[in-house]
Design a protein around this ligand. Structure first.
Ligand code: G3P
Length: 215
């Protein structure tokens, strides 16, 4: 069971890394555009400053050759760098080639168990079902995670489920329960994972009682 952060904000990452509970980072072009940094510099800095098992860098390109070419700049950064590819025919071709070269891959934008089966056949290290976007489109994201987990279990696939597009803690625990090995979270969802109003209330009572304990 691992938590990755889904952000391109260096300060947010550094702050949560200090908890010792974050194992990796996922990024995408939207997050990097919003943060205003250079994509390559950002991935390089993460690789240098932290000890993550995986840092996903999404590649651009209309065909597998372009994706593979685009991937080279990130592969050179470090072995934890994980090439993020779209779940398309061309993305799967690129995935198979990178897998054969020993490069980690994250096949993203998955919305069906059939797509997840194809990613496993292409040797993907991670498959990323987009839980929140399934829910946005009136089908259950956590049920998709459960379906992929069942399929991978029966077929003994090595590909790990990396549940993405998570927006609340309830869905995070469901994803773990239904077989996701990894969840990737915006920092505000990560922070809510340990916050609970009843913990705060209980702590306030204990603090008062501590003050009244006899020496
Ligand atoms: O990891 C995927 C994520 O960045 C997409 O999240 O909330 O835009 O669907 P969202």
């Amino acid at each position: 069971m691992q938590i990755f952060l889904d952000t391109a904000d260096y300060k947010e990452i550094k702050d949560r890394y200090e908890t010792g509970l974050v194992s990796g980072i996922t990024t995408n072009p939207t997050l990097v555009r919003k943060s205003g940094v250079s994509y390559h510099e950002f991935i390089t800095r993460l690789s240098k400053d932290f000890d993550f098992v995986s840092i996903s860098a999404e590649v651009n390109g209309n065909n597998a050759d372009d994706m593979l070419q685009n991937a080279q700049q990130y592969i050179a950064i470090g072995e934890e760098v994980t090439i993020k590819l779209p779940l398309t025919k061309e993305g799967l071709i690129a995935c198979k080639i990178l897998t054969e070269q020993g490069v980690k891959t994250n096949v993203t934008l998955c919305f069906s168990a059939a797509q997840a089966a194809m990613a496993a056949l292409a040797g993907a290290t991670y498959i990323s079902p987009f839980v929140g976007r399934c829910n946005d489109n009136s089908f259950s994201g956590v049920e998709l995670v459960r379906a992929i987990s069942g399929l991978y279990g029966v077929q003994r696939c090595q590909t790990k489920i990396l549940a993405a597009s998570l927006r609340d803690v309830h869905h995070v625990s469901r994803c773990f329960l239904y077989g996701a090995s990894v969840v990737t979270l915006p920092t505000k969802v990560f922070d809510k994972m340990y916050d609970h109003v009843l913990t705060d209330a209980g702590l306030a009572i204990f603090e008062e009682d501590f003050k009244q304990l006899k020496e």
